[in-house]
Structure formats: C-alpha cells, structure tokens
Design a protein around this ligand. Structure first.
Ligand code: SF4
Length: 357
C-alpha cells in the first residue's frame, strides 16, 4: 500500500507533491486563459485564499501563448490542462508551464508522445494522468461494460505504462468520478499498486452546498486512510470557495499547519446573543490567519467554556455581555456590542505571539 508518505516525491515548480505529509491544495481557473488580466486576477485571489497550485485550460494557441505572461504575474505553480493536442502541450512547456495534465494514451502517434515526454524531461516538468470515469478508453468500456473502479485503475496503469516505457517517472495520477463510492474504491485500489502521488478529486461534485458534502465524504474517507498527496475540490462556484473547503477539510484531519480553526456551538434555548452572525463574522476574520490556532464562539457560559477548553481564545455569550475565555478560563467580561471587536483583538495578539515564537 502506497500511503501519502510512501509515494514518489514529484517536484512541481517550487513544491514537492508526495513523499511527505503535506497535502497540496489545487484549484482551477474559470476564466478564458487567453484573457491574461482576468486569469491573473483570479489566480491572485486563489493564492490569497491558500491555493498552492493552479490549473488553467489550454484549449487553443492563444491560451498556450498567454502562459508566459501569466507566469510572470503569479507566485504559485501553473498547470496546463490539455486534451489530445500535443502541440499545445509543447507550446505550454516552452512558455514555462510547471506541470502538464495530459493522458499520454490520448495524444496519438508514438512520436507525438515522445515529443511531449522529451520536452517535459528537459524542463523537469511532471505529467498528471487524469483518469475520469466519464471518459474511459473504449477498450476498457468494451472490457468492463461501464465505468468501474477496476476499469479506472486499469486506465491509469495503461497511461503510466506508456510514460514508464519512455523512462519518465515524474507522474501524478488522479482517478476522478462524480460517483463518490466509485471514486473512493478507485483511489483505494490505486493506492495498493501505484507508487506515484495521487491527486484527489470528486469530479462534477455540484454546487457549494452539495459539492462540499460530496467532496468531504469522498476525500475525507481517503485522507483519513492516508491516501492523497494533493487535492482539488470541484464546485460549481467561485474557485476561491474550492480552496476554502479544501483547507477546512485538511484542518479536520490535522493535515494543514497554516490555518486557524473555528469551534462554534449549534445554539440552544440558553442562547442570549446573535450567535450565527457572530460565528460567521469570526470565521471570515480567521480565514486570513496563517497559524494553527483554535477560536471558539459559544452561545452561553453554562457549557461553553468546557466545550471549548481546547481553544486558544474564545467568547461565550451572556445576557448583555460576552465572556472572553482562554484555554477554558475566563479572562474578562466585555459589553455585548464590543465582544466581536475584543475577540478579534485577542486573536491578533495570539497570532502575533505565535509568529514571534
Ligand atoms: Fe446551548 Fe450554551 Fe451549548 Fe451553545 S454553548 S449549545 S447556547 S448550552
């Protein structure tokens, strides 16, 4: 079984995927790649949210040409998403792309595959093989009848075999399906036999709400089993939301070291404050925090401090006031109107202290 830390480390720009416990967060631009201004603006927003690698579609020569200028204006590795067209792959490589997502078995004649592999080798660029349950090769559909986890793994092995035959090993593999049990099974089977890092994804997962639930169910099962070196949450939403969901999911498993966690109660009849809006405001505030602190927002002082004793800092509502807690101990009372501002100040102090140590 090749768990996350056992996979072959593969360099992508200044990052290494696999071979360590860090799971890299990826997203994909929704802009036309040839529109450099819009694409760069979206990538910069993704960077700010915590995206570590970003993919753009390279579906025409204008898109491939734009890579050069986009690269100059961003700070994270850029991946070209290419289907079939080896010339676009060569152009993207020439223009400084950091990784190519292309399935070698779909490129066509052997000399075309060789040309792409040679160019990648020369520039030290990895290739991601992207198996998708919805677009399996005809010979596998003929063999299995319909997409199955075994067919997906066989597809991955088919593409890996082509690259290995050309002595190319900087490979990352994804086995995406929108059917969550199928994706989980495919990734688990792949982890048994594939030594290359796995890029996790539940494809066409849905909207912000349903896609988050489906992705968390699928990727949660895999991450908790030690599978997956990099991931993308696929949502029909602003890609910044994909990054936010990915960070939250990694926090759940203690797989991210640069993010703050919010603990908030579900509220009950004891509530005397507007906890829902406070929790949302605090969540938004700590989204930019890049240290692993825990912040709690609780409805009352009856159970709150006990429920949040793990938190570095927290607030519990009381009638007309808020109680500030640190590691479960009350440190002071503040008027209700000032409690969020006071909590933010305390968060800033903790972050500063953390950064100075
Ligand atoms: Fe209810 Fe207080 Fe617990 Fe929140 S912290 S669920 S308000 S008892």
């Amino acid at each position: 079984m090749f768990l996350r830390q056992d996979t072959r480390p593969v360099k992508v720009g200044n990052l290494t995927i696999g071979g360590s416990n860090e799971v890299i967060i990826q997203s994909m631009c929704t802009t036309k790649t040839a529109d450099v201004k819009a694409t760069v603006a979206e990538i910069l927003r993704l960077e700010e949210a915590g995206c570590q690698i970003v993919r753009v579609t390279v579906n025409n020569e204008e898109a491939a040409a734009a890579i050069k200028e986009i690269k100059k204006q961003i700070h994270i590795p850029l991946v070209a998403d290419i289907h079939f067209n080896y010339k676009l792959a060569l152009m993207a490589i020439e223009n400084g792309i950091d990784k190519v997502r292309i399935n070698p078995g779909n490129i066509g004649r052997r000399e075309k595959v060789e040309a792409v592999v040679k160019a990648c080798k020369e520039k030290g660029i990895p290739i991601r093989i992207g198996v998708n349950a919805g677009s399996l090769e005809q010979h596998l559909l003929d063999k299995y009848g319909y997409p199955t986890p075994d067919a997906m793994v066989e597809s991955a092995l088919y593409h890996i075999g082509i690259l290995e035959e050309l002595d190319f090993h900087d490979i990352i593999v994804s086995l995406k399906a929108s059917d969550v049990p199928m994706a989980i099974s495919a990734y688990m089977k792949a982890a048994e036999i594939i030594k290359y890092p796995l890029h996790l994804g539940i494809t066409e997962a849905g909207t912000l709400f349903s896609g988050t639930v489906k992705s968390a169910a699928g990727m949660g099962a895999l991450l908790s089993a030690g599978i997956g070196s990099t991931m993308r949450i696929s949502l029909s939403a602003d890609p910044v939301e994909e990054v936010k969901v990915a960070r939250e999911l990694l926090k759940t498993f203690g797989l991210i070291t640069n993010a703050a966690t919010l603990i908030s109660c579900p509220t009950c009849g004891r509530l005397d404050i507007d906890l829902f809006s406070i929790a949302n405001e605090v969540e938004e505030y700590i989204a930019k925090v890049k240290v692993p602190i825990k912040v709690s927002v609780l409805g009352c002082a009856v159970n709150g401090p006990g429920e949040a004793k793990e938190a570095d800092i927290g607030i519990a509502g009381a009638r007309g006031e808020g109680l500030l807690f640190r590691y479960g101990q009350m440190i002071r009372k503040v008027p209700e109107a000032e409690m969020v501002a006071e909590l933010k100040k305390e968060i800033d102090n903790i972050v500063k202290a953390y950064e100075e140590t």
